[in-house]
Design a protein around this ligand. Structure first.
Ligand code: PLP
Length: 378
């Protein structure tokens, strides 16, 4: 019997169905999903509009190669451009966050003719060759991925950034808000200095919005809270609400060259249908405003619990306590049937619920979280 290549640490739970912010296991037990399946569930599980759009598309055509005109790709690009405020950018469609970043690095390198990528401490950019080299985790960088082309500098450190910039740098890559690290956001001074230095040295600014984008922080992209305009922006996760789809938004002064990039599955009909449905729901249900409101509510309520600090924006939050997050998460799951996320910062619980999460669902989480903290401190 073929076994799975056993690389994931898993909970012994089998999820059979899902709706909105809830999932149910094979025994019918309900769970509140404050983890959004790892920041992927943007509009809620099995949203009816999404299900209808994908099902209809599947019965028409699911796939043809990028050798023909696919109108849905243009429809998606138009909608994404309008909703994100980047309608003068170009969209390259691919399949995962790592692939989006890999292609962003390539565009930067092709365009500048340079090899060096600057990345921050704590960064996570994915697991393909250069994306993983730009990721700050030696355990997942295979010897073949080691490269001198990535320069690592401390997070949010203007002096370190200034000292490393020169005209060998192709790009600086920064997450809108660092997710895997434990929800850390570069401040506005950092963003604006970064944008200015990139311009000065002819390097490109790549914003990795794979986790922080798509409305999660209350604006379409997290970097938009700081008034900067990156040259390249990468998206994935929430883009397809679970359907694998990702994108690279490329400024219009970076011209495409035929065959420069490519991928078999990128921008297929189903991926486009899923991504269009997501944007339509974000707009009609005003999910960015909901993310801002519910996020602010969660922060206000959680900050009242003694000994807790909360980082992040909208529905991308890190809740740090003096207890191990692993323990808190286990109690939340086993006693309260709530999924939450982990982070590299061992005391931080990561919250990444659907952007449609309701006040009642937030209240249920706050009650459970408070109960868990009180039980650990009594
Ligand atoms: C900021 C960021 N970039 C890139 C990735 C990689 O995305 P994927 O797992 O879809 O390749 C992730 C995944 O967690 C991420 O959080």
């Amino acid at each position: 019997m073929m076994k799975l290549f056993d690389v994931y640490s898993i909970q012994n739970i089998e999820i059979a169905r899902a709706l909105g912010s809830y999932v149910w296991d094979t025994h019918g037990q309900q769970y509140l999903d404050m983890y959004g399946g790892h920041a992927v569930i943007s509009i809620g599980h099995t949203h009816p509009h999404y299900v209808q759009k994908l099902s209809q598309q599947l019965s028409r055509i699911g796939f043809y190669s990028n050798s023909v005109h696919i109108a849905l790709q243009h429809e998606l690009a138009d909608l994404l451009g309008a909703m994100s405020g980047y309608d003068n950018y170009q969209l390259f469609l691919c399949n995962s966050g790592a692939e989006a970043n890999e292609n962003a690095f390539k565009v930067a390198s092709f365009y500048t003719g340079r090899k060096k990528i600057v990345a921050l401490s704590g960064a996570f950019h994915g697991r393909t060759s250069l994306a993983v080299a730009a990721t700050d985790n030696a355990r997942i960088i295979a010897p073949v991925n080691e490269t001198t082309n990535v320069i690592r500098i401390p997070f949010n450190d203007v002096a370190a950034l200034t000292s490393v910039m020169d005209n060998t740098i192709a790009a600086v890559v920064v997450e809108g808000i660092q997710g895997v690290a434990g929800i850390y956001e570069p401040d506005t001074t950092y963003w604006t200095t970064l944008a200015a230095l990139c311009k000065q040295y002819g390097a490109l600014l790549i914003a990795d919005e794979v986790q922080s984008g798509y409305g999660r922080t209350g604006r379409f992209f997290a970097h938009q809270h700081h008034g900067v305009v990156p040259d390249i922006i990468t998206v994935a996760k929430g883009m397809g609400n679970g359907f694998p789809v990702a994108g690279v938004l490329v400024a219009n002064y970076l011209p495409p060259v035929k065959e420069m990039l490519g991928t078999t599955f990128g921008g297929n009909y189903l991926a486009c249908a899923a991504a269009i449905a997501v944007l339509e729901v974000i707009e009609t249900e005003q999910l960015m405003a909901n993310a801002a409101d519910m996020g602010a509510y969660l922060v206000r309520q959680l900050q009242q619990v003694a000994g807790i600090s909360v980082r992040g924006r909208g529905l991308m939050l890190g809740v740090e306590t003096s207890h191990l997050a692993q323990h808190i998460r286990m109690l939340l799951l086993e006693k309260h049937k709530i999924f939450t996320g982990a982070a590299s910062q061992k005391n931080t619980v990561r919250l990444l619920p659907s952007l449609g999460v309701t006040r009642l669902e937030c209240d249920a989480f706050i009650r459970a979280f408070t109960g868990v903290i009180n039980s650990l401190e009594s």
